[in-house]
Design a protein around this ligand. Structure first.
Ligand code: THG
Length: 266
């Protein structure tokens, strides 16, 4: 079934940033518990927003979250040194967020990942920037899978992030990423597809309806994970319903469970 990576522990969010600055452990613990109760399969932890404080903030967050975490963590940083430090600290096998084809990042992350047991998010980004076509996304995705396979990371531990881009700047950006996901899953049936969704609606009003509709289309194309806010009950209900309609929910058990719990309603 679809895997939800809870995005809320991110210092780019004002209240989280304040809680981290004040070392307010209760706020963070409460938020993590809420995400887990809402069905998060991973908790993303991103301490990047307080410039110059990422290392100490990440350490504090991990020490604060781990005693209450019932699910594994997604360690989210562009800095390989932060990821390496965080990897040493976690008890459960984590998801690393992320590697990309940007040369500096790729060259430092590959030796670090070699022989490690973990899940890895791989961004379809290289030194020329964001992908410009679905073939671009698929080409980069294939390179990432092949290179990670070579250092012993199995395909089913790889989560390709195709990098969703705003539809407001180019009306083709939705179809571009949908085609890429379909082609990527055809080439590598065992690979996972994940990513942030909300970029699709950037610059448009009423963003949540766009994000919800888009996740349904992306799931049909083969997306099986996303970095979202699990406390957004409407997108969670949409995901569970789409999982059922795509044949991922035997006997509609999870759907019915959600209805009985009051988290899925018309
Ligand atoms: N791919 C991968 N990792 C990622 C992203 C991605 N990590 C970070 C980000 N994108 C996903 N995480 C978040 C976390 C919080 C918010 C959005 C994405 C968020 N944004 C509010 C907004 O935009 O309105 C913020 C405001 C606030 O509360 O201050 O909450 O794409 N691999």
């Amino acid at each position: 079934m679809f895997e939800v990576i809870g995005e809320r522990i991110n210092t780019s969010r004002k209240l989280v940033q304040a809680a981290v600055a004040e070392r307010d452990a209760d706020y963070i613990i409460d938020d993590v518990k809420k995400q887990q109760d809402a069905g998060a399969n991973y908790i993303d932890v991103n301490a990047g927003a307080r410039i110059g404080h990422e290392e100490e903030d990440m350490k504090w967050l991990l020490n604060t979250i781990q005693p209450v975490a019932t699910v594994p963590l997604t360690l989210d940083s562009p800095d390989p040194a932060i990821l390496e430090m965080a990897f040493q600290m976690v008890e459960k096998i984590p998801m690393i967020n992320s590697i990309s084809l940007e040369k500096d990042r790729f060259d430092t992350m590959m030796p670090f990942l070699e022989g490690k047991e973990c899940k890895i998010i791989a961004l379809c980004m290289d030194d020329t920037g964001m992908p410009n076509s679905s073939d671009d996304i698929v080409g980069r995705g294939k390179t990432l899978v092949e290179e990670l396979n070579k250092i012993g990371i199995p395909t089913d531990c790889i989560y390709i992030d195709p990098l969703v881009q705003p539809i407001s700047t180019d009306s083709n950006k939705g179809q571009m990423v949908l085609d890429a996901v379909r082609d990527m899953k055809a080439a590598f049936p065992r690979v996972h597809i994940t990513g942030g969704l909300s970029n699709i609606s950037y610059g448009l009003p009423q963003r949540k309806i766009i994000n919800r509709t888009f996740v349904t289309l992306m799931m049909n194309a083969g997306m099986d994970s996303a970095i979202i806010d699990p406390l957004d009950s409407k997108i969670m209900a949409t995901i569970r319903t789409a999982d059922m309609l795509l044949g991922k929910d035997n006997f509609c058990m999870e759907y019915l469970k959600g209805v009985r719990a009051g988290v899925i309603e018309s």
